[in-house]
Ligand binder design. Sequence first.
Ligand SMILES: O=c1[nH]c(=O)c2ncn([C@@H]3O[C@H](COP(=O)(O)OP(=O)(O)OP(=O)(O)O)[C@@H](O)[C@H]3O)c2[nH]1
Ligand SMILES: [Mg+2]
Length: 186
Amino acid sequence: MAPPIQFITGNANKLREVKAILEPQIEIQSQSLDLEEIQGTIEEVAESKCRRAADLVNGPVLVEDTALCFNALGGLPGPYIKWFLDKTGHQGLNNLLAAYEDKSAEAVCTFAYSPGPGRDPIIFQGRTPGRIVPARGPSKFGWDPVFEFEGKTYAEMESAEKNKISHRARALKKLQTWFESQQETA
Ligand SMILES: O=c1[nH]c(=O)c2ncn([C@@H]3O[C@H](COP(=O)(O)OP(=O)(O)OP(=O)(O)O)[C@@H](O)[C@H]3O)c2[nH]1
Ligand SMILES: [Mg+2]
């Protein structure tokens, strides 16, 4: 049996999805720490969060950072989506693309795992392509109502359906494969 993983997040929706996808194979324990999020690429943000978390926890940690990248805007808002969503809402995200024909976007989930303080984080990334649309479906989680994948917004999907194709599920598949290979060599 694999040892439990400490997942550091302040976001209950993320935690629920991570548990739904990984358990029972991998047990998830969680802590909420307010980790500074630097400016930089998606990978740099996740890596720096992970190093800080490993120092604070003084042990192995998993962190995650989510980005929503609009292709017409060269990948922005990217890792800054949280602040764009907070300040402009679902309609505002649509308005950002009003001047462009291209409404395509990519949801990007980046997990970073560190075995402990001072150890280099390992990155696992999953990407799901989609489109930004006027909000449809229940507003339970962030920008789920405005991100459409193959005709349905994330918010219109049952959680099991989203958890099969989401950016988070794709990243966790890579993480799971890596953890399994570590167990075999241990
Ligand atoms: O509709 C959504 N479907 C998703 O699947 C999803 N995953 C993340 N988010 C939102 O995108 C921003 C990422 O920012 P973020 O990665 O820094 O997260 P966070 O600050 O909430 O938590 P954490 O950093 O403590 O883990 C935050 O606004 C999250 O609510 C999502 N919204
Ligand atoms: Mg955050």
